[in-house]
Design a protein around this ligand. Structure first.
Ligand SMILES: Cc1cc2nc3c(=O)[nH]c(=O)nc-3n(C[C@H](O)[C@H](O)[C@H](O)COP(=O)(O)O)c2cc1C
Length: 213
C-alpha cells in the first residue's frame, strides 16, 4: 500500500494564496464560523464533522469524529454521552482538542482548551431533537460489553418495545462546550508554503501570529 499512498494526489482544492493575518477576524471562533459557512456553501460533505481528542488521567490519548452542534464567540459545542470514553476523560481532565478539515478548501482548524458540560436542559434539548433511530442508538451506546450483533439487535428491539412512542432523554446525554485557549487556522497552498495562523487567548483577549508552515 505504501506506493499507492505516496502517489495519491493531495491539496487539490487548495488556494494559490495564503492567509493575510490582518484580514482574519480578531476572534478565531469568528474565523472558524466563516470557514465553516464557506465549506457549507461549497457543498463540502459533513462540513460540521470534527475530530475530538481527549486524554485519560494516566495520559492515554484517544480521538473520534463528532458533529459540531453549534458555535459562538467563545465555544464550540458537541453532544455525547457523559458515560462514553470521551465523557469520562473530559470529567477526568477537563480538557480536549478538536480539529476540523475541509478537503475541498484545503483548510484545517484546530482548537484546544477547557471543556465545560452544559446545564442539563441543553442535553435534553439535543436529545429530543434527534431522530428516533438516533435516540435508540444513544440509549444503547453507553452499555459496555455487547458480545454479538444478535445481542445488539435484540437490545435495540427491546428498547424500541419499551419506548413505543416518546423516548425520554437519558440523564447522561450532555452538551459540552470546548472553550478554546489556542486555535490554529491552516490554509494549504499549491506551492506548499501553507499558511498557519496561531491564536492564543490571554487575559487581554486573543493574540495572533503567522507560524512557519
Ligand atoms: C461522522 C460521524 C459523526 C459522529 N457524531 C457523533 C456525535 O455527534 N456524538 C457522539 O457521541 N458520537 C458521534 N459519532 C461516533 C463517535 O465517533 C464515537 O464512535 C462514539 O461517540 C464513541 O466514542 P468514545 O467511545 O471515544 O467516547 C460520530 C461518528 C462519525 C463517523
Amino acid at each position: 500500500v505504501r506506493q499507492l499512498l505516496r502517489e495519491l494526489p493531495v491539496f487539490e482544492g487548495v488556494a494559490e494564496d495564503g492567509l493575510a493575518v490582518e484580514d482574519l477576524p480578531a476572534n478565531p471562533l469568528r474565523a472558524l464560523r466563516e470557514w465553516l459557512l464557506r465549506a457549507v456553501e461549497a457543498g463540502e460533505r459533513e462540513p460540521h464533522a470534527m475530530t475530538l481528542a481527549t486524554v485519560s488521567a494516566d495520559g492515554r490519548p484517544s480521538s473520534r469524529v463528532l458533529l459540531c452542534k453549534d458555535l459562538d464567540d467563545s465555544a464550540v459545542y458537541f453532544a455525547t454521552s457523559a458515560r462514553s470514553r470521551k465523557g469520562t476523560e473530559i470529567a477526568e481532565t477537563g480538557q480536549a482538542a478538536a480539529c476540523f478539515y475541509w478537503c475541498g478548501q484545503g483548510r484545517q482548524v484546530r482548537l484546544t482548551g477547557p471543556v465545560v458540560r452544559q446545564p442539563a436542559p441543553a442535553g435534553a434539548d439535543d436529545f429530543n431533537a434527534r431522530s428516533r433511530a438516533s435516540k435508540l442508538a444513544a440509549l444503547l451506546e453507553p452499555q459496555p460489553g455487547v458480545a454479538s450483533a444478535a445481542q445488539l439487535a435484540d437490545a435495540a428491539r427491546r428498547l424500541a418495545q419499551r419506548y413505543p412512542a416518546d423516548i425520554p432523554a437519558p440523564p447522561d446525554w450532555a452538551v459540552y462546550a470546548i472553550q478554546p485557549t489556542e486555535v490554529e487556522l491552516w490554509q494549504g497552498r499549491r506551492d506548499r508554503l501553507h499558511a498557519r495562523v496561531r491564536y492564543d487567548r490571554g487575559t487581554d483577549g486573543w493574540r495572533r501570529r503567522l507560524l512557519w508552515p
